[in-house]
Design a protein around this ligand. Structure first.
Ligand SMILES: [Zn+2]
Length: 817
């Protein structure tokens, strides 16, 4: 018996390559005993691995981080005292091998691979796993790299009252003589170690059979009413997505069963084959807004797209992680507009996700979309807005360049050639290029290997394109829309499709128009700058454009100018508030309200903040009686309310909306009107098992030193605020921009914490650092942040976050001055 002792060694690409060249893994049989987890922390596993070795007599290692109880290789006992750094040496391999390793893991609280959670309301215990990039070897022994795929057969012992869920369907469930039940699952297809999963607990289950698939939805018992409320919509979206992808990829999803499991204290969702895990904050505790439903649909479709792109065909190494993620995000928007009710997904994407990508690409944390990943610890280092959202926009651009049908044919080629195996970016580009009859190598180099955003501007009838590094700009496939003022708004005179080459593109016969909109329809990823006349129309009359994508494009262009110091916050607010006064597309309304709030609160000089918040509040109040826009309007009003009539309106609306009621109390508390009795009443009224976190948020918003100190401990010391959306909301309560003087020392504390943060998975830590970022700073803070990011003290993923935060704060301080 031995403990892994030292910090686990991060697998390098070199080691992974060597091991993949040496081994072929046939199958894993994994027996897990979860019975002690009902009231303890021990997770026991025995992993039996059948694999072959191409050079018998050589040695390698298996990954296992935990306590190894025993290990045999080809019936010979291994010396487990050699287990160190998360690796157990495997000496003198035979041509065909059988390895069996028994291990125990007791780290089920840090969010690292295995998580055990106790529901605060009913005290029921739930256990789930999440392994990307290399968590699987914290649960059992395995060759933990994406290109050693194998069949997995799971046998899980669990307390009698628990349901166990894994990638495939349970074949049989037996009562065990020594207590509990044994769940035996069907073999999976060949899967990478990071997409297998075991979830267990007394879940509430809902199942339906649709479109040839057996669909399951699971959640904690305490969230049952929220799942039941939304199940019909989730089942329908799941069916729509499976049908769309099955047709577009010319290959149906590879098994009948498709489960989605909502688990506590989790950020985001994970694409485990056939068994998606979701943060259960997606089961909104009050009926979700259109934008929340639209975003949830995107997440559902994103994880589903991974079943093909990621699980069926898997990246060879983590340097293509960006492609895995960008593709899934791209495909989710594609499916959303093509197959679901959320047809404005590209407009919402622009307003919500593409903007952060433009922001990051303009600052010091810019990087090429793809980059080398020397070891697993660096897999998530560039897991950011560029990886996901610029990558997504660039794939959208590639589809615009090739045409949708050709693009789909290329994907079919790719899936056919590499099904159940591994592939690289070059394999994808080859398949697409062959389908299109086009050499895409220069496209790859210019879009994926160069950082920064091209700028396009119109001078007369000449479209100028420039690259930030002064080099040859990329080739862009785009549209230019020319619009004339009419009594009914801006009407298109012409929408022209073109491909640019080099710096100068002549637009012959460009019609006379009041507004020439570069990148009409948002097909390419570029900063666009309108000519002078078009800009004045854009600023004043963007609301009159006929398409929500173009209205979002107009506002994004103005935001890009504000971000780069070319437009004042006041001019930006004029533009966005005019659009918000009439915007009809609900997918755009909510992100634009968020952007307007950011500008008014964080990008305005302190003396102007109250007046600007009042303007925003008036626009929000005016939209609150329109059913489609009511929720985002009221939520914005709750964040910006200043006048007594705002609070009257909010209090009336909050009588049957407990979420809004919490938001109003946060606003009151931040203005120094904390009402303890109101908080107690809300706690009693709120059916959410995590409602205490909302109460902590109200408390954290108070303009009091002790309130900030208490909130700080909850986040950094106790780690008591659940990851994901609850932490985002809590951080917003804490960092009230109007409390600049009070929170400034805490902004400095943030840098101390960041330098010392440890414990928990890297994803959880970078989420913590990202979500708790300050919204104010001073020059000293900026200097400290720079020193910190220039040294080696920070993990790469965390350094990236701090760089982005520092760049934003620098620009914000400039705009406030
Ligand atoms: Zn993903």
């Amino acid at each position: 018996m031995t403990d892994s002792g030292a910090t686990p060694t991060s697998l390098t690409e070199h080691e992974a390559r060597d091991r993949a060249a040496l081994l072929d893994v046939d199958r894993y049989d994994i027996r897990i005993d979860l019975r002690e987890l009902a009231d303890g922390e021990r997770w026991l596993a025995t992993s039996s691995i059948v694999f072959s070795c191409r050079r018998p007599g050589t040695s390698t290692f298996v990954d296992i981080d935990g306590e190894v109880l025993s290990a045999t290789l080809n019936d010979i006992e291994l010396d487990v005292s050699k287990h160190a750094g998360g690796r157990l040496p495997l000496p003198r391999l035979a041509a065909e091998n059988m390895l069996t390793v028994s291990s125990v893991q007791t780290d089920t609280g840090s969010g690292n691979a295995i998580l055990r959670s106790v529901d605060p309301q009913d005290k029921l215990v739930y256990v789930w796993s999440t392994f990307e990039p290399d968590g699987a070897h914290r649960a059992w022994a395995c060759f933990d790299q994406p290109d050693l795929k194998a069949v997995h057969g799971f046998q899980v012992s669990a307390p009698t009252e628990w349901t166990v869920l894994s990638n495939s369907a349970a074949e049989v469930v037996l009562d065990r003589d020594d207590g509990g039940r044994l769940w035996i699952f069907e073999d999976t297809p060949r899967l990478s170690s990071y997409v297998v999963v075991v979830n267990a607990g007394p879940f509430h289950a809902m199942r339906d059979f649709r479109g040839g698939f057996s669909l399951g939805l699971y959640c904690r018992q305490s969230l049952r009413p929220f799942l039941e409320r939304d199940a019909a919509e989730l089942f329908e979206l799941t069916e729509q997505g499976l049908t769309f992808f099955g047709e577009r990829f010319a290959r149906p999803f590879g098994q009948e069963r498709y489960d989605q499991v909502f688990v506590p204290d989790f950020g985001g969702a994970m694409e485990n084959w056939g068994c998606i895990t979701w943060a259960d904050s997606f089961l909104h505790r009050v009926p979700p807004t259109y934008a929340q439903r639209g975003f949830r649909a995107l997440v559902l479709l994103h994880e589903m797209a991974h079943q093909w792109f990621g699980d069926l065909v898997t990246m060879r190494w983590w340097d293509d992680l960006w492609l895995n993620e960008a593709f899934a995000s791209f495909a989710s928007a594609w499916a959303s507009v093509s197959a679901t009710e959320f047809t404005d997904a590209w407009a919402a994407f622009l307003a919500q996700e593409q903007l952060p990508a433009y922001e990051q690409d303009a600052g010091p944390a810019s990087h090429p979309i793809r980059s080398a990943v020397p070891d697993v610890d660096h897999a998530f280092a560039s897991f950011d807005a560029i990886t996901y959202f610029k990558g997504q926009a660039v794939l959208h651009q590639l589809m615009a360049l090739l045409g949708e049908d050709t693009f789909a044919q290329g994907l079919q080629r790719y899936f056919d050639a590499h099904a159940w195996g591994n592939a690289t970016l070059d394999d994808l580009i080859d398949a697409l290029g062959t389908a299109a009859g086009r050499d895409l190598s220069s496209w790859t180099a210019s879009w994926l290997d160069r950082a920064g955003t091209d700028t396009m501007s119109l001078v007369g009838t000449t479209l100028l394109t420039s690259s930030p590094d002064g080099g040859e700009p990329r080739r862009h496939a785009l549209r230019i829309g020319s619009y004339a003022r009419t009594p009914d708004g801006l009407a298109p005179v012409e929408v022209r499709a073109l491909e640019t080459a080099g710096t100068t593109t002549f637009l012959l016969d460009l019609p006379v128009a009041d507004l020439h909109l570069i990148n009409d329809g948002d097909l390419t990823f570029a900063s666009v700058r309108a000519d002078e006349r078009s800009l004045s129309v854009l600023l004043a009359e963007a609301a009159q454009l006929p398409d929500p994508v173009n209205r979002a494009l107009a506002v994004s262009t103005c935001w890009d100018m504000l971000f780069k110091g070319e437009l004042s916050t006041g001019d930006f607010l004029d533009c966005v508030l005019a659009v918000l006064a009439t915007e009809s597309s609900p997918g755009v309304v909510q992100p634009l309200f968020t952007l307007a709030l950011r500008a008014a609160e964080q990008w305005s000089p302190a003396v102007l903040v109250p007046r600007r918040l009042t303007r925003l509040a008036e626009v929000a109040a005016a939209r609150a009686d329109q059913p489609e826009h009511r929720l985002p309007a009221l939520q914005t009003l709750a964040a910006a309310a200043t006048a007594p009539e705002h609070f009257e309106l909010l209090d009336a609306a909050a009588t049957d909306d407990v979420d809004l009621a919490w938001r109003v109390e946060v606003r009151r508390a931040s203005l120094g009107r904390y009402d303890e009795a109101a908080v107690a009443a809300l706690l009693a009224r709120d059916p959410d098992p995590d409602a205490r976190v909302r109460a902590w948020g109200v408390s954290a918003a108070r303009p009091l030193e002790e309130a900030k100190a208490e909130a700080w401990d909850r986040v950094w010391r106790e780690r008591a605020v659940p990851a994901g959306q609850p932490l985002v909301d809590f951080a917003q309560c804490f960092w009230r921009p109007v409390q600049h003087e009070l929170v400034l020392p805490w902004a400095h504390r943030y840098l101390d914490e960041v330098a010392e943060v440890s414990g928990g998975g890297l994803l959880a830590l970078s989420g913590l650092v990202r979500h708790m970022r300050p919204t104010t700073a001073d020059q000293e803070w900026l200097g400290r942040a720079q020193d910190l990011t220039e040294g080696d003290a920070l993990a790469p993923a965390i350094r990236t976050v701090v760089r982005i935060v520092a760049d934003q704060l620098t620009r914000m301080l400039d705009a406030r001055a």
